[in-house]
Design a protein around this ligand. Sequence first.
Ligand code: F6R
Length: 369
Amino acid sequence: KKDGYPSFMEKEINDQPDAVAQTLLGRSDIDGNLTLDEIRVDPAVLKSINRIIVLACGTSAYAGQVARYAIEHWCRIPTEVELSHEFRYRDPIVDENTLIVSLSQSGETMDTLMAVRYAREQGAKTVAICNTNGSTIPRESDAVLYTHAGPEIAVASTKAFLAQITAAYLLGLYLAQLRGNLFQGQIKDILAELAKTPAKIATVLANSEQIKELARSMADTRSVLFLGRHVGYPVAMEGALKLKELAYIHAEGFAAGELKHGPIALIEEGQPVIVVVPSPRGRDSLHSKVVSNIQEVRARGAKTIVIAEEGDESVREFAEHVFYIPETSPLLAPLLTTVPLQIFACELAMAKGYDVDQPRNLAKSVTVE
Ligand code: F6R
């Protein structure tokens, strides 16, 4: 069942090229145009929505946060991401022009189910992105877009996260196609780029020995900070969550721009800081701003560990360790940058002798509120 891997966690991390490929499969036609037949919500309704609320918990909520950048950019629909358990209890404004997108690997998370039910009662249309066929959340939603990551057995989510981002991107492109926000050619280009990611994830996996070695050398670490910006921000939070869950190490993910508004006070000699660097080919000056952040923490004694795009030499000077991911478009980068962070957490936990498939105090699906 573990395909020769010592743990489900390692198997599932290595399953990720397939998880993304399977989620893309059959969702575009021979000409490379998007075909999402399973979205059985009246196109007229989808054209009239003026707001999207993404509901999820934990890792799935981070996938939602990543997707928000793409959906707003492609569809120009105001999009919020909210933790399901917070949403329900704040008397949220939801109506028939709101599209609710729920993200759940299990499809059984009680908080997300209750939030979807509540939104539906208010007249909102609901689309579930889910990895488990026939589970409760899809059954109670207007439409479902399944992620085809295959069964995820390890308690901490890995391959479902990449598959959720992939599916949410497909939904974003579908809405952009329907509403005429992108040209057909643009959609085809993005789909073609997405189709190349499984092979790039495989490259990241094949080059993981160096980050495993670093992880093993850090088994005594008490705390790790993660920084990112734009789509790299939720990736940083996901990297921190994996480290907490698997290795029981205190970890926090910050938006790099917040550093000087507080978190930089935490930096002292030897503090490990893992930085997800945006592509130098990306938007505006985000890359140089994040490189400055690396310099700032380094100057205060941080041990800097950097995830950057292949060919980005500018980070070398300020980083103790650099791990490169293949080039991709900025919005697709999370499908690659997340992988070394998962490997780091998994390897460090194994070095400490922990059971990576069944971390203490956690359950695979949280079916109580
Ligand atoms: C983290 C993790 C959890 C789940 C969360 C939501 O590794 O697995 O944070 O992501 O409990 O679960 P689903 O996606 O099943 O609703």
